[in-house]
Design a protein around this ligand. Structure first.
Ligand SMILES: [Zn+2]
Length: 72
């Protein structure tokens, strides 16, 4: 598919990591399947992956750690 951000690049399937900031807590999710734009680097997650992301963020939101690194 063509990237909807830059409208130039083509998105290809890949594995990526993403940094989230939740209430000041940094959460890094690794091994996320995503479509990544070869031109601008924009990442697009499937609905299923979005659910995995939300579930992982919820799991760690009450921990006291300021940084969590999770392999999804
Ligand atoms: Zn792009």
């Amino acid at each position: 598919m063509t990237c909807s951000i830059c409208n130039i690049g083509t998105c290809t399937e890949g594995i990526t990591e993403e940094l989230f900031n939740k209430n000041g807590k940094l959460i890094i999710l690794k091994n996320l399947p995503a479509m990544v734009c070869e031109n601008c680097g924009a990442k697009f997650f499937s609905e299923e992956t979005s659910k995995v992301i939300l579930r992982n963020l919820k799991e760690v939101e009450n921990s006291k750690a300021e940084l969590e690194i999770i392999s999804a």
